[in-house]
Structure formats: C-alpha cells, structure tokens
Design a protein around this ligand. Structure first.
Ligand SMILES: Nc1ncnc2c1ncn2[C@@H]1O[C@H](COP(=O)(O)OP(=O)(O)OP(=O)(O)O)[C@@H](O)[C@H]1O
Length: 311
C-alpha cells in the first residue's frame, strides 16, 4: 500500500548562538490511507516539531534535513510556494491545541469553514453553505444556522474546537494532523471531541496523525503508534501490541507511570529523569540524561546507549 505520508531519517537541529542542538533525530514514520497513527511522548520529545516540519512551518532557527519527506509518493517541495499553499490548503490540514489560534475573531465561524471550500471551484456558494450545515450537524451542533452566524468568542472552547475540526476536514484532505487537540479543553469535553474526530476521519477515510502525551487517547484512537523520547522514536508498532507488550524499557516506564486504567493496583512507577531541554543536549550523547549515583543503573538498563559515553 502506498503511504499517504512517508518520512525517512528526519533530523531537526536548532541553531542557537552558533551551536547546533538536536531536537529530532533519525525519525522515520509513515501513515497509510484510512489509518490513524499516534505520536506519543513526554513534553520536549519532538512531537510538534515533526508535525511542523511536514507543513514547512518550523521556527526560523531550525534546520532540517532528511532522506525522504513524501506526500502521496511525491517529495514535498518546500521551496515551491504554490505547491506548499496547495498542500496546506487542500491536502494536509492541522488542528492545534488552542482553537482560537486557528480562528479569525472578526469573522462568523460558518464563513470561516466555508472559506476553506472557496478554493474548490466545483461548488457554488449555496452548495458550500449546505456542506457546512451538514458537517455542523455531523459534529453534533443542534442548530447549525445559529452556529454558522456566531463569532468565535460566542462559542465555548469545545464548540470552537468542533468548528476547527470542520475546517480541517471539510475539503477532504488526505492527511489531518492533530497536535494535542483537546489538551486545552475540560476533561468532560475532551472525549466528546476526540470521538467526533475519530468517527469523522474513519467515515471519510482521511489519514490522521494524532499527537498526544496521553496514553488513554492513543489507546482509544490509533491503529499504530510511535513512542518518542528526546527527539528519537524508541519504539513503534500496532498500538495494542505496544501497550500490551512494550519492547523498550522506556515505553514500559511510561506505561507503568500511568495512574489508572492500565495498571490498577500496582505501585505507581516514576521515571527517574526528565526529558533534557534542548540546550542540555550534546550531539552524539543521546539520550542526554545526566547520570547520578541514584539513577545510573536504571538509566543504563533503559538506555544501554549511555554505556558508550566517555564519562
Ligand atoms: N523555537 C525554538 N527554539 C529552540 N528550541 C525549541 C524551539 N521550539 C522547540 N524547541 C525545543 O525542541 C524540543 C522539541 O520540541 P517539541 O515542541 O517538538 O516537543 P513536543 O514533544 O511537542 O512537546 P510538547 O508536548 O511540550 O509540545 C524541545 O526541547 C523544545 O524546547
């Protein structure tokens, strides 16, 4: 099967005061049609930067290089503005954590969703409006007309994120990237929003890349998962297999640190280090953990790489 997205050996470095700091290293991943993949990892592991690389929206001081970065079998041409506009407008859409960052405060939300369709010349304006109303119904809005004429500030956070999901999906893109799409919402609303996203993407056959630090979300939503730590994928496989039988000791650690659901009754584990910030990383010294008397044995067991350090 041809992958919708294919990344081979992606590296992202930050150039800070003449020094290169590694943020993503040797990352390879793919997403197939109709598939939902998860990228899971603690804060600072490089999840968002991976997504931003795909869309060509990395910060200015970031340098990326890779073996392959392909959408539907074609190399993504970051230097070609027209092709990038088409990619971002029609082919790959992104849902961010904060819905307000994607919405224009001065425009009615219905118009904003409709505008996504404006570049599709095959629909006239009445058709477009009907498509928006239909989609509003599908995401659970009882009164699509009223929502259509609302401004972002008149809606709750959950409603806004539903509008953003509509914007992301209405042009039927090949791939949707959702970066922690519910983190900013109340826990009661989170599940509702994820269910909508899951249901719609499966129904319409869009590939979905879901970025989350929440294993519950990953378990419920994704077919395959990539587990990241400090810029690298440490483990990947079908989500169920990874959760039931994690191969990497770090993945095991992450799963044992979840308070409920997966390890009821067991003593809660706590990982004895944090993801090092970017300026604490020296190239060639992944996993960059500062060894102490207390954590040395555990870190070595988790990341045998540290044994090669000359410390
Ligand atoms: N503009 C920047 N300049 C310097 N370092 C940056 C910049 N943007 C991100 N980083 C660093 O790159 C690393 C990876 O960041 P990234 O945002 O991809 O992490 P993440 O896994 O998505 O975490 P989070 O869940 O906190 O968003 C982090 O250490 C982060 O501090």
């Amino acid at each position: 099967m041809e992958a919708v997205l294919n990344i081979e050996d992606l590296n992202v470095d930050f150039l800070i005061q003449g020094h290169e700091y590694p943020a993503v290293e040797h990352l390879s991943l793919y997403v197939n049609k109709n598939e939902t993949i998860g990228i899971v990892g603690e804060s600072g592991s490089g999840k968002s930067l991976t997504a931003k690389t795909i869309l060509g929206i990395l910060p200015r001081n970031a340098i990326s290089h890779y073996q392959a970065l392909e959408y539907k079998g074609q190399a993504i041409d970051f230097d070609n503005q027209t092709s990038m506009q088409n990619l971002r407008g029609n082919e790959i859409s992104m849902i961010f954590q904060d819905p307000l960052s994607s919405l224009n405060p001065l425009l009615k939300v219905g118009k904003q969703v409709e505008e996504v369709l404006a570049i599709h010349k095959d629909y006239h304006s009445e058709q477009r409006r009907k498509m928006v109303f239909d989609l509003f119904e599908q995401v659970g809005f009882n009164d699509p007309e009223k929502i259509y004429h609302s401004y972002p500030h008149e809606l709750s956070g959950g409603m806004r994120q539903r509008v953003v999901i509509c914007m992301a999906i209405i042009a039927n893109p090949g791939l949707i990237i959702a970066d922690e799409p519910t983190t900013a919402l109340d826990t009661t609303i989170q599940k509702q929003i994820l269910d909508i996203l899951h249901h719609l993407t499966k129904q319409k056959g869009n590939a979905l890349m879901l970025i989350s630090h929440d294993w519950g979300v990953i378990a419920n939503m994704t077919d395959r998962v990539y587990v990241m730590y400090a810029g690298r994928v440490v483990e990947t496989g079908p989500t169920k297999e990874v959760i039931e039988n994690p191969q990497h000791a770090y993945t095991q650690g992450l799963l044992n640190a979840i308070p409920s659901l997966l390890n009821k009754g067991k003593k809660l584990y706590s990982i004895p280090f944090r993801v090092p910030s970017i300026n604490e990383r020296e190239k060639g010294q992944w996993p960059y953990i500062k060894l102490t008397q207390e954590n040395k044995d555990e870190v070595e067991a988790m990341f045998p790489e540290v044994r090669s350090w000359s410390v």
